[in-house]
Design a protein around this ligand. Structure first.
Ligand code: FAD
Ligand code: SF4
Length: 409
């Protein structure tokens, strides 16, 4: 016999779209097709929201910023136009850097402290495959040791959001998610449907990411010993620094890169991305707005400050600086890149030497990098996906791009 339910008793929870969805089968074509950055959302039941959540199918920076920070960026404030909504920007380094981290390890230290203090139950971070140091393995770290083991960039597309699939039944109610812009855009879009009481987002700026195969092409074209590279970074001295397994460092000026080979190496997702500075994160930790050797921190909202509070006493901090004028260099770079010019090494060394001494520094270096990538990407979208140009390029990027002359499509 069934009994009628009293109107006062809670009924069964109505099912949500993700309750009925299944991750896409491995190997399936993803909804964003060529533009997919493999953010991992489609490898979880939250694929149910892909049409609104995918950074390459639906961009809504204003909604993203209002949802995360309570307001969108002020387009008439040049710092917000470039670096997004923020309360504070500073430069810093850990007084006791973490050996083997990408820079000084501020990101890993925040993850460790968030677990040690009980602020969160788990940290979404990216470990490495036991077979290959550059193959990413996203995980929900429950211990400081797991967070530390996930330090250092895996400079390849990483399916971070696949681990959302592990949340139901895990006991994790408070999460710190570390990730790059496309991952964070999708995460924010599904945040209200996740089985969480609290979410903190620690973002990394990101540009020019590659597939694992693309990384190999890059290393082979840029390093004298690609097989022994364990770490690399494009640094503020306009050189790429490669660290090798025996500890020695190799550097190459940006201007010596083999542009004709590398033009096709970057993932199409990254050639159509305008979220370089990770607009939706609470706190962003990168390097490009800081002087050489230091990290650059952008606090976007109160949750971001709460994350920074976990480590601020362990940091040697300083103000952001801005020196030089990037604009002529950006304009020349647009034309050189479009013609796929490759300079002989001696000339690249000379140009690198001059730019390092007299070129943009601090936030102006950050603007140099943003301008160069946004103009290149706008041209790429116009040439490869003209139908999406109008809806895909956000207002802040349009304003930046309009300051330059782009080659004809
Ligand atoms: P660590 O303490 O070493 O921690 C690194 C963290 O990165 C780990 O928590 C790990 O979970 C996470 N991680 C590793 N690989 C990935 C991945 N593929 N996707 C998502 N998360 C990952 N900063 C800039 O200022 N300008 C840039 O152009 C820029 N490009 C970047 C491109 C990529 C692909 C990545 C992953 C980062 C980039 N960064 C960039 C951020 C910068 O290189 C450092 O990661 C950041 O300053 C933190 O340094 P750290 O020493 O505190 O990090
Ligand atoms: Fe799915 Fe992410 Fe690829 Fe978009 S980028 S199609 S959300 S896996």
């Amino acid at each position: 016999m069934t009994t009628a339910q009293s109107p006062l008793e809670p009924g069964p929870r109505p099912t949500a779209p993700h309750d009925r969805a299944r991750p896409l089968a491995p190997g399936s074509v993803k909804p964003a097709r060529e533009l997919c950055s493999d953010c991992g959302l489609c490898d979880s039941r939250w694929v149910a929201y892909v049409r609104q959540a995918c950074a390459f199918l639906h961009q809504d920076f204003e909604g993203l910023e209002v949802g995360a920070h309570g307001r969108s960026r002020d387009l008439d404030n040049d710092d917000e136009l470039y670096f997004g909504v923020h309360q504070r920007m500073l430069t810093a380094r850990l007084q006791a850097p973490i050996e083997g981290s990408q820079w000084t390890g501020i990101v890993s230290r925040i993850g460790v402290r968030a677990l040690e203090t009980g602020l969160v139950d788990a940290v979404l971070c990216v470990g490495q495959s036991p077979d290959d140091r550059f193959t990413p393995v996203p995980l929900l770290a429950r211990t400081p040791e797991q967070v530390l083991a996930a330090r250092v960039n895996k400079p390849t597309l990483s399916p971070n959001l696949e681990v959302l699939e592990q949340l139901p039944g895990s006991g994790i109610r408070r999460l710190l998610a570390i990730g790059v812009g496309c991952q964070i855009q999708a995460l924010r879009a599904v945040q209200s449907t996740l089985p969480l009481d609290k979410l903190y987002v620690l973002g990394l700026p990101c540009v020019d990411n590659v597939s694992r195969a693309g990384l190999q092409t890059f290393l082979e074209s840029a390093s004298r010993s690609p097989a022994t590279v364990v770490h690399y970074e494009f640094m503020q001295d306009f050189r790429i620094h490669f660290r090798h397994s025996d500890g020695h460092e190799e550097t190459l000026p940006f201007f010596a890169l083999d542009t004709p080979t590398l033009k096709d190496v970057f993932a199409p997702s990254c050639l159509s991305c305008f979220d370089y500075t990770n607009a939706g994160a609470d706190l962003v930790v990168g390097y490009m707005g800081a002087s050489f050797g230091r990290q650059w921190i952008t606090v976007r909202n109160a949750l971001g400050q709460e994350l920074l509070d976990l480590v601020e006493a362990e940091l040697e901090t300083g103000p952001v600086i801005s020196r030089g004028d990037r604009r002529a260099a950006v304009q020349q770079g647009i034309e050189a890149y479009d013609k796929a010019l490759k300079l002989p090494l001696w000339l690249a060394q000379v140009v690198g030497w001059i730019v390092q001494r007299f070129g943009p520094q601090g936030l102006e270096y950050g603007r140099f990098s943003i301008d160069s990538h946004f103009t290149r990407n706008a041209l790429w979208v116009r040439r490869h996906h003209p139908a999406m140009e109008g809806r895909h390029i956000p207002a802040f990027a349009r304003r930046i791009i309009s300051r330059y002359r782009l080659p004809a499509s």
